[in-house]
Design a protein around this ligand. Sequence first.
Ligand code: 5GP
Ligand code: MN
Length: 337
Amino acid sequence: MMKSDDIEKVKQLLASPKKIAIMPHRNPDGDAMGSTLGLYHFLQLLGHEPVVIVPNDFPDFLAWLPSSETVKVFERDVEVGTRLLNDAELIFTLDFNVLSRTGDSMEAALKALTVPFIMIDHHQKPDDYAVVTFSDTSYGSTCEMVYQFIQGLGQGQLINKTIATCLYTGIVTDSGSFRYPSTTGTTHRIAAEFIDLGIDNSAIHSLLFDNHSHNRIQILARALQNMKVLSAYKTSYSSLSQEELNNFGHSKGDTEGIVNYGLSMKDIVFTAFFTENKDEGIIKISFRSKGDFDVNAYAREHFSGGGHINAAGGKSTLPLEATIQKFIATLATTKID
Ligand code: 5GP
Ligand code: MN
């Protein structure tokens, strides 16, 4: 829950109509897009002039979200993006904990601003850049926090089907369709309320998960073929090289969710998925775990990353094979149970 003095501060900041920029982390996922667009629709209803600015493109499988066509992509036109940020009188940063998660160019533009920031986020170790930091790792999604944020302001009656559709999306994607341990009775009660508001929950699941291209299925098949098991460490891993991705004509979002297959095997509690990105000169890594093994701590320690206990990410500037060898080498000194 939000602290009462934070609620008062937010109420004051929202007391008169404002130009408001709302942004998620780079490579935005379902929770990032759902939470920013949910908040966008809410702020519009309050009479503000909001705009969602994403650091880089969001995947096609989220392009049906209400008003996603109004979203501005900062790195597509840094000049326009910077102007939008400079025009903003208030900034909301959603679903991330440090400004560097917006990428180098957007981070620089954000750091130059002097207007107040409000953070809504569920990652560990939030940075101290906001006048209101609503940060709580016990929430399964930022979307659930936006719901609580709206309720905290006493504006729950404004939550309509459009807002609910956006927020339901992030609740579903970040909870692995209500299966991760962060899923609570409250999570289900909020989902129930959204269904009563008329969201088409079944259609949303289909749009999110039954919407793959043939290419994406072939990419999944290759990743499954590449899967290795290190049973002594209860660990599995897989990878896709840039060449493999190119051969299957990949597009953004095609690798989303593939990491979870590594955990779907019996007796495996830790999995990693490596994606080579030649454009950015990095290997992007996703980590997942079952139970108490903390992949957030692991990703921080070894791969300049972070996230949550059971889902985290990181990166490496070593070549793909060397990154995988480094990963294997860390296992000998990592307590996995
Ligand atoms: P994914 O593996 O789906 O990209 O990310 C899983 C979780 O870890 C998400 O909550 C995401 O925000 C976080 N995460 C992914 N990559 C990074 C990273 O490079 N740094 C940090 N701090 N968190 C990350
Ligand atoms: Mn999230």
